[in-house]
Write a protein that binds this ligand. Structure first.
Ligand code: C2O
Length: 581
């Protein structure tokens, strides 16, 4: 394969939306950031130059990083963060993966503006798309516009359960005409199409907080891939994409020439558990006159004569509290046969049941006395332990301690096979009324680790619980894709639910949406040595501790063992990397 090289300058710039200028942290002055376009088998080299005041790492979301955990970009798990005015070069291969992935900062909420697409095309002569070649391919990055300091917001939520909301949803950084500044409408995303042609939308949910529904008035989608794994073509007029997930969908411009809204609207749990303001964004799909279009850019200048004065057709969107439509959408995806990731391993070596919950910890220590509930923090948990990153003052990241077997991290604790207490996880009557409710279970903080011998077939059932807002949980595993065997509502019950498993053609994903008050069963082969973060991709759940590290041991040979760190690997708090506080 070829070598594809980028330089990412991380810096701050002013941007104005909704009449307010904000200082935002971005790559190369772009929001969304640069697109990395490669062919399967290529090597990607990204030089990150940190001109921001923050510690930064960049994670390549969904890239498997086989035998290359050092480049996974998780602060204090796989590397020391890149301090202000410092540089780091990431080198990785994209082998055995095709489709859409993305990159983002893996530091607090900064990924809200530090993100971009990764597009991996089939290698010519070796393979090509398992669907008709599209006329054009368009990245569609869903995001949010925040009128707040994202670095500060993430600290607030970690330490005081402040709950903040974005001000607008965005498509490719644009807010769209539902938003205005003193009556002047915000710019929206515009996609120019030619009648009869086929377009491949490469959709990424880079938002911090919401799953989105997407619809284009008058048009259907054919979903062909999810998380850079092909799926059997699914024709639908509505998509659902959770934070961290990607979908590749074909759209044929086969409607009457005109202008059509492309709408992205979030969904949230039913009332009255969750009453955040919601927001929708819309762009426009517009037919251009054939002679005029050169198939290149969108936006002004590429407009055909029919567009300006035509009214725009709007689609009907699901209710903002409709989470069942998402549940059914996710349940309809199956892997394309034959797939390079099938068959599903039939034998399971280790079973885990991971309850995704909330707990409380006393501000003064690990347990509060009676009547001191107002003195607690609310934390998100896995099996009632809340994840705490190793301190940035540690000698190095967890991966380094594991590799050199120095065991210098003191907060480590093993993730248990199942929750310490089995109860009815999904009975809505157990939903505490607020985040400081005394009825939350007492929890504790630790750097949660689970070790697997190389080659272990792991089955994980993620169980959402009736915590707080009864959220769904988009669970993301680094370094491995997961077979998504089944989902269900209520409490997982092995005796009956195993019969629901799809062991023939389950979809293969790196981020799986665990439905609210329900569960998902996944299986993966722990065959990539290293330390891999597994966490909820809702940023506030992650900041509050819904995370763990899966450590995969070396295999028996050099080809199954993690090589040493690269020569220029950063150290923490030393002269070559003055990390910010
Ligand atoms: Cu997309 Cu650990 O993240």
């Amino acid at each position: 394969g070829a070598i594809v090289e980028h330089t990412f300058i991380v810096g701050q710039m002013n941007m104005t939306h909704l009449c307010k200028e904000m200082l935002v942290t971005v790559v190369n002055g772009q929001l969304p950031g640069p697109v990395i376009e490669v062919t399967e088998g290529d090597t990607v080299v990204v030089h990150v130059v940190n001109k921001s005041p923050y510690n930064i790492t960049i994670h390549w979301h969904g890239v498997k990083q086989q035998l290359n955990c050092w480049a996974d970009g998780v602060p204090m798990i796989t590397q020391c963060p890149i301090g202000p005015n410092n540089n780091f070069t990431y080198t990785f291969n994209v082998t055995g993966q095709e489709g859409t992935l993305w990159w983002h900062a893996h530091v607090a909420y900064l990924r809200g503006t530090l993100h971009g697409a990764i597009i991996i095309r089939p290698r010519h002569g070796v393979s090509s798309y398992p669907f008709p070649e599209p006329h054009r391919e368009i990245p569609i990055v869903l995001g949010e516009w925040w009128q707040m300091d994202l670095q500060k917001a993430s600290m607030d939520i970690k330490y005081s359960t402040a709950d903040d909301d974005p001000s607008a949803a965005t498509i490719n950084g644009k807010l769209g005409d539902l938003y205005n500044c003193s009556g002047v409408k915000e710019d929206g995303f515009v996609l120019d199409v030619e009648a009869g042609k086929t377009y491949l939308l490469r959709i990424i949910n880079a938002a911090l907080f919401y799953e989105y529904y997407i619809r284009i008035a008058g048009h259907k989608f054919t979903v062909v891939a999810a998380d850079a794994n092909y799926v059997s073509p699914l024709t639908t007029d509505l998509l659902a994409v959770a934070p961290g997930q990607t979908l590749d969908a074909l759209v044929v411009a086969n409607a009457a020439p005109g202008r059509y809204y492309m709408v992205a609207s979030p969904n949230q749990p039913p009332k009255p558990d969750f009453q955040h303001p919601t927001f929708t964004t819309r762009g426009i799909v517009q037919y251009t006159n054939e002679n005029h279009s050169n198939g290149g850019s969108s936006g002004p200048g590429a407009e055909g004569p029919l567009s300006r004065n035509l009214s725009v057709v709007a689609p009907e969107m699901p209710d903002e509290h409709d989470t069942m439509t998402s549940y059914y959408f996710h349940g309809k995806l199956t892997a394309l046969h034959p797939s390079r990731s099938l068959p599903v391993p039939a034998r399971v070596d280790e079973h885990l049941l991971i309850a995704l919950g909330l707990g409380s910890v006393c501000k003064r220590g690990q347990s509060c006395n009676r009547g001191e509930s107002e003195e607690t923090f609310t934390l998100a948990t896995m099996n009632n332990i809340s994840f705490e990153l190793p301190a940035a003052t540690a000698a190095g990241p967890l991966l380094e301690a594991h590799y050199y077997n120095t065991g210098s991290l003191d907060m480590l604790r093993e993730l248990p096979d199942r929750p310490p207490r089995m109860y009815n996880f999904t009975d809505p009557s157990l939903i505490p009324s607020g985040p400081r409710e005394a009825s939350l279970e007492a929890t504790s903080k630790a750097t949660i680790v689970r070790r697997f011998r190389h080659g272990t077939v792991v089955e994980v059932v993620f169980q959402s619980t009736a915590m707080w807002q009864s959220d769904s949980n988009p669970m993301h595993l680094h370094g491995h894709d997961m077979f998504v065997l089944a989902q269900g509502l209520g409490n997982y019950n092995a005796a009956t639910d195993v019969a629901k498993y799809n062991l023939v053609d389950p979809p293969v994903r790196n981020t799986v949406l665990v439905p609210r008050l329900g569960w998902v069963a996944v299986r993966f082969v722990a065959n990539n040595p290293g330390a891999w973060f597994v966490h909820c991709h809702f940023s506030f759940h992650l900041s509050m501790g819904m995370a763990a590290v899966f450590v995969v041991e070396d295999g028996p040979t050099v080809n199954t063992s993690l090589p040493p760190p690269p020569a220029d690997f950063l150290t923490c708090y030393r002269k070559n990397n003055p990390v910010a506080d």
